[in-house]
Design a protein around this ligand. Structure first.
Ligand code: PEP
Ligand code: MN
Length: 338
């Protein structure tokens, strides 16, 4: 349930309510909006029947949250969440954040080269997997810690922030040390132990939608992270399985609008994994910006033929540059900037 406080509620009154909620064995989460404060209450709401909170001074109304996800819902927080990623970069602001780079970190020289090219084109975050979730055990599995070190090197050279995937709870401390944004991949969207571990950190998390998951399931997974205390979560639409097999997945563009309506969390779109075809990436990226996404995740590789993973969907740096120019115009038309 959520407790909506009066605009003139004093700090003393708010603290008193929080204390009472805790005493009842419930978990209060305070959201301070521009006009008023809201307290989200998590736990067995039955106890509130005996102790009606409406009577407390400072309370305007008490409302149940009917969705199974609470902290991620728009009911809990009306304003869009803004996530500070570092170096002044805020996801969920007027600026659309572009995260670009290779699917996998392959070697240091190549990574630094790609980082330079995507930075020059206007990206602000470098993507690259050091731990790779591959469908086949015989495919390249990533360089592990060595790959993370190359990402750190590329960051030092270019000033780009880093987004990279965490696949195993045992690697949390390691990945946290190198990543500015921790990616939870589509295949791990419902790895609840992994969600809890990133939830106990304050690091921004990019949570990708499972390829066979509904929007509601994505929001429930995000709820795991927020309920552990980490509100720095961005949700990523990366295509879902449908009967269509021309594209690798089907980009659910309506998910951008739907998630924005249901949740306050920023939405990122990954047109690379959604389409699986580099020739379709630009159109889908443009559609995502027009639909109101807060960021894009795009795979770029200077030699896709030789890429160790996902070459077919990787843009050449020059094509990425052209796309960035085109996106600027669409962003402007949508009241945003890139
Ligand atoms: C990735 O972004 O590197 C990736 C593996 O994507 P997904 O989890 O969406 O398949
Ligand atoms: Mn990939």
């Amino acid at each position: 349930m959520i407790i909506v406080l009066r605009p003139d509620a004093s700090k003393k009154q708010i603290d008193h309510i929080i204390e009472r909620v805790k005493k009842l064995g419930l978990k209060p989460w305070v959201s301070k909006g521009a006009e008023r404060t809201i307290i989200g209450v998590i736990g067995d709401e039955e106890v509130l029947r005996i102790q009606p909170l409406e009577v407390f001074p400072g309370v305007e109304k008490v409302m149940p949250i009917l969705t199974p996800y609470k902290l991620v819902s728009r009911d809990f927080k009306k304003e869009d969440s803004r996530i500070e990623v570092g170096r002044g970069l805020v996801v969920g602001s007027e600026q659309i954040i572009v995260m670009a780079g290779p699917c996998s970190v392959e070697n240091e020289k190549l990574l630094v080269e790609i980082a330079g090219r995507v930075k020059e084109a206007g990206a602000t975050v470098l993507r690259g997997g050091a731990f790779k979730p591959r469908s086949s055990p015989y495919s390249f599995q990533g360089l592990g810690e060595e790959g993370l070190k190359y990402l750190a090197r590329a960051k030092k050279e270019t000033g780009l922030l880093i987004v990279t995937e965490l696949m195993d709870t045992r690697d949390m401390a390691l990945v946290e040390k190198y990543a500015d944004i921790i990616q939870i991949g589509a295949r791990n969207m419902q790895n609840f132990n992994l969600l809890k571990v990133v939830g106990r950190s304050k690091k921004p998390v990019l949570l990708k939608r499972g390829m066979s998951s509904t929007i509601k399931e994505l929001l429930m997974s995000a709820e795991y992270i927020l309920s552990e205390g980490n509100f720095n979560v961005m949700l990523c639409e990366r295509g879902i399985r449908t009967f269509e097999d021309y594209t690798r997945f089907t980009l659910d563009i309506s998910a951008v609008a739907a998630i924005k309506a249901l949740s306050h969390l920023p939405v990122i779109v990954d047109p690379s994994h959604a389409t699986g075809k580099w020739g379709l990436v630009a159109s889908c990226a443009k559609a995502a910006v027009a639909a109101g996404c807060d960021g894009l995740l795009i795979e770029v590789h200077p030699n896709p033929e030789e890429a160790l993973s996902d070459g077919a969907q990787s843009l050449l740096p020059e094509n990425f540059k052209t796309l960035m120019q085109d996106l600027k115009k669409i962003a402007r038309a949508a009241g945003r900037k890139i």
